[in-house]
Write a protein that binds this ligand. Structure first.
Ligand code: PLP
Length: 456
């Protein structure tokens, strides 16, 4: 029974993936059609698993977005490396609860090896602590949780014992162009949006170092967290990390870097200068499901302060400590207790790409973004709004919000490729993010043609 079911699942998945490069990139069914196809009353009796799986796949497919395909340029979305996807299937089949070493010695060991490889690849100190979480937002949350508790500890307040009520003041400083998930994480940590001190950003979205120096000048010994960014979600720009780290550390602050996708530039010898100074920060949030192209979901929280990190996220009970030896327990570094083998696809992605493969993936995406941007900029009435230094391009049509919105809508209807929209420096723009492993020059050129057709 297992064999028939899993072979059918593999067949359905393979058929889907093989057809993907030529599928329309957008959904082909409405919400109502999808609910009609999937819905109906709760079955009174269970169905045959193979038949149920087939029905499920057929009902789902018209509503799937081909974001795992080669011409999806929305948000910042990885396409799922086949080897990492296959590892994810195995992780599901093994169904390990990779929280305690005692619950999955193999899961814990693979995670530990992946951590060593990641720190090496990202140019971060080997002593760093790492937790595998669901995404960039949770990675920001986890890092900032460690930062908050450590900042309070340095101010003589034990937030793990005494909580936040009555805690001394703590300053939070972030760039005006920080990602929304950073603010969401801070809000969940008890820091209301109005309390965050925003530092002005330049035309590319980079935090201004002189403006930060002015903000820090008034610190007066108050504990502080400074949040920097490596890779703006719209422009791909990097904050000036060396200046930020120097100034923030001189003021006694913890420096957190949100590098959800930008941290991977460290893997490319040609681009790692963008991250100069990053290794001297105190924590880093990144995603494996974006640029490393492991299947959803996988974020990575990294800190240079293992003691503070573990103290913020660990838990203890006698049935847990009884089960544990001195080995590393994956749950002690994340907000979750029970958890899947989230690091296993990361291990296999790194094993199959190697150092050279990750560098090549990063460089190829950047080169394709530049190729698309320059081909679009050569057309009349089309303007690229950012320096395309990474994998992100912002494009405006007819110098008009209305025209730009209309072009985006037409491109989405055409479904050769998928691009989204954003507001950049007060005007509407098309966002192009090249983050998928399978995009080729032919895909980039075909997408440019589709965009120019929509604009004409
Ligand atoms: C800079 C930055 N930080 C954080 C995130 C949030 O990541 P996730 O969606 O994986 O939670 C994103 C997502 O695009 C991002 O670009």
């Amino acid at each position: 029974m297992h064999r028939e079911l899993f072979e059918r699942a593999a067949q359905l998945a393979t058929e889907y993936l093989e057809a993907l490069p030529e599928q329309p990139v957008g959904a082909q069914a409405t919400r109502e059609e999808l609910i009609a196809a999937l819905g109906g009353p709760l079955p009174e009796r269970g169905e045959d698993p193979v038949a149920a799986l087939e029905r499920f796949a057929r009902a789902m497919e018209p509503g799937l977005i081909a974001s795992a395909g080669p011409r999806y340029f929305g948000f910042v979305v990885g396409a799922g490396l086949p080897a990492a996807m296959a590892a994810d299937w195995l992780a599901s089949a093994w169904n390990q609860n990779v929280s305690l070493n005692a619950l999955s010695p193999a899961g814990a060991a693979a995670e530990e090896v992946a951590i060593g490889w990641l720190l090496d690849l990202l140019g971060l100190p080997r002593e760093c602590s790492v937790g595998f979480v669901t995404g960039g937002q949770t990675a920001n949350f986890t890092c900032l949780l460690a930062a908050r508790n450590e900042a309070y500890r340095r101010a003589g307040w034990d937030v793990e014992r005494d909580g936040l009520l009555g805690a001394p003041p703590l300053r939070i400083v972030a760039g005006a162009e920080a990602h929304v998930s950073l603010f969401a994480a801070l809000r969940m940590l008890g820091f209301g949006t109005a309390r965050i001190e925003l530092v002005e950003a330049d035309a590319q979205g980079r935090m201004s170092a002189p403006a930060l120096a002015r903000v820090l000048a008034g610190s007066g010994g108050t504990p502080m967290i400074v949040c920097a960014q490596a890779g703006n979600v719209n422009s791909g720009a990097f904050d000036p990390l060396p200046e930020i780290v120097d100034a923030a550390h001189a003021a006694g602050a913890w420096v957190h870097v949100d590098g959800a996708f930008g941290l991977w530039a460290a893997a490319s010898p040609r681009r790692r200068a963008l991250l100069a100074g990053a290794h001297r920060a105190d924590s880093w949030a990144t995603d494996a499901h974006k640029w490393l192209n492991v299947p959803y979901d996988c974020g990575i929280a990294i800190t240079a302060h293992p003691q503070a990190h573990r103290a913020a996220t660990t838990a203890s009970a006698s049935y847990l400590t009884n089960a544990s030896g001195p080995e590393r327990n994956p749950f002690e570094w994340v907000p979750e207790a029970s958890r899947r083998g989230r690091a296993l696809p990361v291990y296999v992605a790194l094993r199959t790409l190697g150092r050279a493969g990750v560098a090549e993936l990063v460089d190829r995406c950047c080169a394709l973004a530049a190729r698309m941007a320059s081909a679009l900029a050569a057309a009349p009435g089309v303007r690229v709004l950012n320096d395309v230094a990474l994998n992100q391009a912002l494009v405006r049509f007819g110098d008009s919000d209305e025209k730009t919105r209309e072009v985006i809508a037409r491109v989405q209807r055409d479904a050769t490729c998928w691009v989204g929209g954003t507001t950049w420096q007060g005007v509407h723009a098309m966002r192009i993010s090249v983050s998928g492993w399978s995009t080729t020059e032919a895909d980039a050129d075909r997408s440019v043609q589709a965009i120019l057709r929509a604009a004409s």
